[in-house]
Design a protein around this ligand. Structure first.
Ligand code: PEP
Length: 255
């Protein structure tokens, strides 16, 4: 049984005050997050304060990005050591907004994954096809290239805590969710591919999240798919109420 993992990616939203207001409401509803991992990924500026507020709640802290070097002359960048120091357990890497707006390549994602695991961070590696690629029936080849690229030359033992997030680009922030069958088809493919790259034991244990316009109304049918182990949530993770409802749906349905 894989433990479900629900993560909220706040992107470039919420000041420190707004983040703390969210948490005050959220923690009233969350009590003990038994049975699943819950991760909040605020902006860099709110990481430390959010981490302090989460202490003792069982809810985990994640960052949305990082650079691969430990320190040095890299103006504007944040290192894995700094994320660890701020209390992060997880880090999202290769989000499609990083790939498309900031031109992150598979090679850059690979360097980040390598350096995250060395620092003891758990990477959430995002992969996904654009609408164009799906229409040209390139979904599987795109995903294969992104996954092989991200994991290149990393020993399987270092990847034990890694999470994969399948996020079809056409579903992110668009209100268009992949159907449960579409999500399952790609998740099953990812698990099979991970079996080829990292071995069957790893593939059976690795958690694969779905991301793309998930909300309280659709999370259950997606989570009921056998290869879906959680969600990376954008818009619906910004409101305590909707994120809480999603968590309740997941725990109630014993996905
Ligand atoms: C995301 O950006 O990771 C995401 C899944 O966003 P949304 O839920 O808003 O589509």
């Amino acid at each position: 049984m894989r433990r479900p993992i629900m993560a909220a990616n706040w992107k470039m939203n919420k000041t420190i005050t707004e983040a703390l207001n969210f948490l005050r409401e959220f923690s009233l509803g969350i009590k003990e997050p038994g049975g699943m991992d819950i991760v909040i990924c605020p902006s860099f500026t709110a990481l430390y304060s959010v981490g302090q507020e989460l202490e003792g709640t069982g809810v985990k802290l994640g960052a949305q990005n990082m650079y691969w070097e430990k320190s040095g002359a890299f103006t504007g960048e944040v290192s894995p050591v700094m994320l660890d120091d701020a209390g992060c357990e997880y880090v999202i890497l290769g989000h499609s907004e990083r790939r498309h707006i900031f031109k992150e390549s598979d090679e850059m994602v690979n360097r980040k994954v390598k350096s995250a695991v060395v620092a003891g961070l758990k990477p959430i590696i995002c992969v996904g096809e654009t609408l164009d690629q799906r229409e040209q029936e390139k979904t599987f080849s795109v995903i294969e290239e992104q996954i092989r690229g991200a994991l290149k030359d990393i020993p399987v033992a270092d990847l034990k805590e890694t999470v994969i997030a399948y996020e079809p680009v056409w579903a992110i922030g668009t209100g268009k969710t992949a159907s449960p069958e579409q999500a399952q088809e790609v998740h099953r493919y990812i698990r099979k591919l991970l079996g080829e790259i990292c071995g069957g034991e790893f593939a059976n244990a690795v958690r694969i999240q779905y991301g793309g316009s998930t909300k309280p109304e659709n999370i259950k049918s997606i989570m009921l798919q056998p290869d879906v182990d959680g969600a990376l949530v954008g818009g619906a993770g910004l409101e305590p109420d909707s994120f809480l409802k999603m968590i309740q749906e997941v725990s109630a349905s014993e996905c």
